[in-house]
Write a protein that binds this ligand. Structure first.
Ligand code: 13P
Length: 247
């Protein structure tokens, strides 16, 4: 079965680095059966799109504005992303929640902006270490799903991919067990069936993200209910990420 392997490059790579990365990476994934996407920084989007013309690799952005246009200095709109060839956009990453104080209400608006321009959304959800240790993760995940997907129509869900990224596993090397991921996947699907329908929950594509590398990717890809991976640090090394993409 085709898996979705997405690389969130975060705030890395100037234009020259991006060029080198594309040169190395694209050759290595030409034969991959999986759906691959890379999410470079805004400034590298247009250039990367040109590099991807002869490739099946998809292009995504890491964030977007919750507003349509106007006096929002420094913001990038869904329309702008679409116009440079982005097909996907990450919304609600925990780094944006923690460092830029993004709330579920804003994330909900961002999702609606992205969908209105025909961008697919990769919605990140995940609990903190405190919530995990105090067995509050179920409540935390349900609240995020319920508030960020509020007011959406069921048919819009086909353009939303949810990435389960436990915050305590991001960039830490601390890994959840496959059982913990499967339990979280169930919680997420159940909440989607409460908010929408069981069919929508069944069709939902779910990714796992957090300290994924070449050694552990297979075990996560084998987890029940997981359709792919959202890779951070390991996606920065063209070689390593290509290995994950080809697994
Ligand atoms: P790491 O793979 O570096 O833990 O990052 C995961 C992530 O945040 C992907 O969005």
């Amino acid at each position: 079965m085709k898996k979705l392997i997405y690389g969130n490059l975060k705030m890395n790579f100037n234009l020259k680095d991006m060029e080198n990365y594309c040169e190395l990476f694209l050759k290595k994934v030409e034969q991959s059966k999986n759906e691959i996407a890379i999410f470079p920084s805004f400034t590298n989007l247009m250039f990367t799109k040109q590099k991807l013309t002869a490739s099946k690799v998809l292009l995504g952005a890491q964030n977007l504005s919750s507003e349509v246009s106007g006096a929002y200095t420094g913001e990038i709109s869904a329309d702008m992303l679409k116009s440079v060839g982005a097909e996907l956009v990450i919304v609600g990453h925990s780094e944006r929640r923690k460092l830029f104080l993004e709330k579920n209400e804003t994330i909900n608006k961002k999702i609606k902006q992205a969908l209105s321009q025909g961008l697919k959304v990769v919605l990140c959800v995940g609990e903190t270490k405190y919530e995990r240790q105090n067995r509050k993760y179920k409540m935390a995940l349900e609240k995020i799903i319920s508030e960020t997907l509020k007011g959406l129509y069921e048919n819009e869900l086909k353009n939303i991919i949810i990435a389960y990224e436990p915050i305590w596993a991001i960039g830490t090397g601390v890994l959840p067990t496959v059982k913990e991921i499967e339990e979280a996947a169930n919680i997420i699907r159940n909440q989607v069936s409460v908010e929408f329908t069981s069919q929508a929950a069944k069709n939902l594509k779910l990714l796992y993200g957090g300290s994924v590398n070449t050694q552990n990717c297979k075990q996560f890809l084998g987890a029940n209910g997981i359709n792919g991976l959202l890779v951070g640090g390991a996606s920065l090394k063209a070689d390593e990420f290509a290995k994950i993409c080809n697994s």
